[in-house]
Design a protein around this ligand. Structure first.
Ligand code: C2E
Ligand code: MG
Ligand code: MG
Length: 826
């Protein structure tokens, strides 16, 4: 490299010296010196103003200025140029002073020769180059330092600050001057200072450079977090001090804290969620949008049989395998639906979860979409729980509500439901529905005599037998007590119902063996058919019930189809019949006694026993309400026996009490009279009570006697033989043949009250009554007029010489107690 010529300004007033110096410099090969020379200080200053002078060779003795003052002026004019002072040997002290004030060197004139001058210049140029390089370097470092975002703090050996950069000043909030001489450690927060110092000393003795994060307290009291890095400075010979970089990490620290707090919060949140999910009773399972499992809680693990680790990432259907409880078909995936429709969906009802090992559980609950912060669906959560128990309980409750406890058959409620359904269906399909109403014959008798336990077992056996007789599409139901109903939900013809009824009757032809007893139970069956016999469930049921009563009335062990003429009165009769049975058994009957009076004397000659029924609900029921029904059902036989026995017992007890009793009339019905055991029964009762037969008069109607006059005559003869009295009741209402009447051993004629009622006003009735009285007299029979209610009636009868009378006007029917008061002591 060729160095550029060195520009030299020679300031020398002595022309000889100037010439010599120029010659010396001209003779130097390298570097090449370009020399300009001036003789006056003023000229030198002018030249230096133009710049581009590398070296000034300066004589301090000039005509226009001298000594140290010259140097001062030149130095100011050319601060960057090298100044070599040329000095006389005599004035070396001044030259030295100039060097002391910044001159680069001096040369005594005697040495200004070809040897010393180039060497001195060479040396000075070398120094200048080094100094320029240093300055540039310094400038570079300063620029870097100024631009650095890191604070830089330079201290000397004693730790006192010798330099800080703007970033440091900014961090600590001081200007440059105020940072100088300070100690960075004093800026450290008191709480961090001890640590900072300890670390500083550790770094000083150890191999690792100092590094720390501490808080600085600024001049204004503000606290900043800084990160410190320090390195020792040496100059080779020994330590010079330290360079400390300071980074403001307040923002990062704050961010760290926020982050840490967020992390802690997140952790706590996650932990809480985890604990919650594992402690709730519900199973929780989540999936991603692809429908793969992303999470299961403990309950979900147990219920699905999948461990979380195994389940993660698997398709939901594999882990959460659900089927429809009824069809057994795979149930629709609720998670997919929840995600697709972005809403909470309930699981299909009757949903069954198949656990991994095949064990099933009824489950219930819902699936919901999971959203991210932007509200997009990122998956689904399914929450479910085992409802096997509650579903079983519900099923059991439903069963109980709809079934009979004893037999397990559907009960009345379920029957009504099914019947309505069947009718609805039949209506649409134009089919028929048959209902069979069954009642066990004489069940009550079995129940009462053998006990409820046997009765219950019998009902169970009956239930089984009934079920065995029908198709399983038919419903056998227990209606209550000993009543059962069979619903034939779809029949083609009415004959189908008859066939079933036949089958049932046949099935019950065999006895049941219950608890060591051989029990013959038969059925009375009423059948009604939709739509012919009723358009509603109620009507069909009601009519089957009515028909059943007819089957009962028809002698039991048979079936009857409903007919419209089977009205409810008939049903009521049957109800009364069953009530009468109870009345008989529970002693609800009693007798009233109505006096019979001798019309001439007014003396009581007898009394008629009249039955009364003391029903627990209805109160006193009169014979007109129940005697006809008792007669139709045959119950009149046992009832009549009771009446006779009671009358005998009562009279006997009055007699035993010392009363003078009168004969008591007892009404006898046709069924009693014709019963083969009638005579023996009467004899038995008389023997039993020990009553003399003459105290009893039996009242019979004309129609009874005329029904089979021959056999009637025989029975009457037998009774007469026993010593009893006989009367014809309600005389005049029947078609008596006088010839027969004469043959019957009758003691008394009772004129029916219908004639007596109008006897005072209706001449026809008066004539009839008169005739009967006359006839009785002829036949030597007592004549009693019934139903005397008024004095006019009484007067008429007296005038006609009627023997006796009976009626409200003479005496109402009285209770046994009241009647007993009328009797005189014997
Ligand atoms: P009945 O044998 O002709 O009895 C007379 C009925 O006339 C009684 O009615 C009696 O209370 C009623 N009576 C009496 N005086 C008068 C009156 O002045 N005016 C009116 N209007 N009625 C009067 P009751 O007790 O209601 O009996 C009605 C019928 O029931 C009896 O008619 C009889 O046929 C039958 N009956 C009563 N007790 C028995 C019984 O123990 N066995 C049977 N088989 N039938 C009985
Ligand atoms: Mg009577
Ligand atoms: Mg009568």
């Amino acid at each position: 490299m060729i160095n550029p010529p060195v520009s030299v300004l020679l300031v020398e007033s002595d022309a000889v010296d100037a010439k010599r110096i120029r010659e010396v410099l001209a003779g130097v090969g390298r570097p090449v010196f370009h020399v300009e020379s001036v003789g006056l200080c003023a000229d030198a200053l002018l030249r230096l103003q133009k710049g581009a002078v590398d070296v000034v060779l300066l004589d301090l003795m000039l005509p226009d200025a001298r000594g140290f003052e010259v140097f001062e002026q030149i130095r100011q004019a050319a601060p960057d140029a090298l100044i070599l002072v040329l000095s006389a040997a005599s004035d070396e002290a001044t030259a030295r002073a100039a060097v002391g004030h910044g001159a680069d060197d001096y040369l005594v004139m005697g040495h200004v020769d070809a040897h010393w001058l180039p060497r001195a210049l060479d040396y000075l140029l070398g120094r200048k180059a080094a100094r320029d390089a240093l300055r540039r370097s310094e400038a570079r470092f300063r620029a870097m330092s100024d631009a650095s975002p890191l604070g830089i703090f330079v201290s000397d050996r004693d730790g006192a600050c010798v330099y800080t950069n703007p970033a440091y000043q900014k961090i600590v909030g001081l200007d440059f001057e105020h940072t100088l001489g300070s100690d960075w450690q004093l800026a450290v927060h008191p709480e961090d200072r001890q640590r900072a110092l300890a670390e500083w000393w550790n770094a000083a003795v150890g191999p690792t450079p100092y590094q720390s994060e501490v808080r600085f307290v600024l001049a204004d009291g503000q606290i900043v977090w800084v990160r410190l890095n320090a390195a020792a400075m040496t100059d080779g010979a020994g330590p010079l001090g330290h360079v400390l970089t300071v980074e403001d990490i307040t923002a990062r620290k704050a961010a760290d804290r926020v982050l840490r707090m967020a992390e802690e919060a997140l952790f706590a949140e996650k932990e809480r969620a985890q604990v919650t999910l594992n402690s709730i009773g519900d199973a929780v399972l989540t999936t991603d949008t692809a429908g793969n499992v992303t999470y299961l809680n403990l309950v979900a693990e147990t219920m699905t049989g999948w461990q979380r680790d195994e389940a993660l990432g698997r398709p939901l259907a594999e882990v959460f395998h659900i089927v429809d409880g009824a069809s057994r078909e795979t149930a629709p995936n609720p998670a997919q639906l929840a995600m697709r429709e972005d809403r909470i969906v309930g699981l299909a009802s009757d949903c069954v979860l198949l656990r991994r090992d095949g064990i099933e559980a009824s489950i219930e609950d819902s699936a919901a979409p999971i959203h991210n912060r932007e509200g997009r669906v990122t998956g689904a959560v399914i929450v479910f729980h085992d409802v096997s128990e509650s579903r079983a309980m519900a099923a059991k409750m439903a069963h109980l509500a709809h079934h009979d406890f004893l037999t397990g058959l559907p009960n009345r409620a379920l029957l009504t439901e099914r019947l309505s359904q069947a009718i609805g269906l039949a209506r649409r399909r134009r089919k028929q529905v048959a209902l069979l109403f069954l009642d066990l014959d004489y069940f009550k008798h079995i129940n009462d005599s053998l006990g409820h336990a046997i009765g219950d077992q019998l009902l169970q056996a009956v239930a089984e037998r009934l079920v065995a007789c029908v198709r399983n599409t038919d419903t056998v139901c227990r209606q209550g007590g000993d009543e059962f109903v069979i619903l034939l939900s779809e029949i083609e013809r009415i004959d189908d119902a008859a066939r079933v009824a036949d089958k049932l009757l046949l099935a019950f032809a065999h006895p049941q063996h219950i608890g060591g007893h051989e029990l013959h139970v038969t059925l009375s069956i009423g059948i009604s058919v939709y739509p012919d016999d009723g358009s509603s469930a109620d009507a069909v049921l009601q009519n089957a019930d009515t028909a059943m009563y007819y089957a009962k009335a028809n002698g039991r062990n048979n079936y009857q189809f409903f007919r419209t003429d089977m009205n409810t009165r008939a049903v009521q009769r049957l109800f009364v019949e069953s009530s009468l049975r109870r009345a008989l058994k529970q002693g609800e009957f009693l007798l009233h006694y109505q006096p019979q009076i001798d019309l001439a004397s007014g003396v009581m000659t007898g009394a008629e026993a009249l039955i009364r029924w003391q029903d627990p609900q209805l109160g006193i029921v009169l014979p007109a309400q129940f005697v006809p029904i008792a007669e139709e059902s045959g119950l009149i036989v046992p009832i009549g026996r009771w009446v006779l026995r009671e009358a005998c017992r009562q009279v006997r007890s009055w007699q035993d009490a010392g009363m003078a009793t009168v004969p008591i009339s007892v009404n006898i019905s046709a069924a009693e009279f014709r019963h083969k055991d009638f005579i023996s029964g009467v004899a038995e009762i008389l023997a039993e009570t020990g009553l003399a037969p003459r105290f009893i008069e039996l009242e019979l109607t004309e129609s009874i006697l005329m029904h089979d006059a021959t056999s009637s005559a025989q029975v009457l003869a037998a009774l007469k033989k026993m010593g009893m009295k006989l009367a014809i009741d309600d005389f005049g209402t029947g078609y008596s043949s006088l010839s027969y009447l004469k043959r019957f051993p009758i003691d008394t004629l009772k004129i029916d009250q219908s004639f007596v009622r109008d006897v005072a006003t209706d001449p026809d009735d008066a004539t009839i009554v008169g005739a009967v009285i006359e006839m009785g007299r002829n036949l030597k029979q007592r004549v009693i007029a019934e139903g005397i209610e008024t004095p006019a009636q009484l007067d008429f009868l007296r005038a006609q010489h009627c023997d006796e009378g009976q009626g409200y006007h003479l005496g109402r029917p009285l209770s046994a107690e009241a009647f007993g008061q009328l009797l005189e002591p014997g």
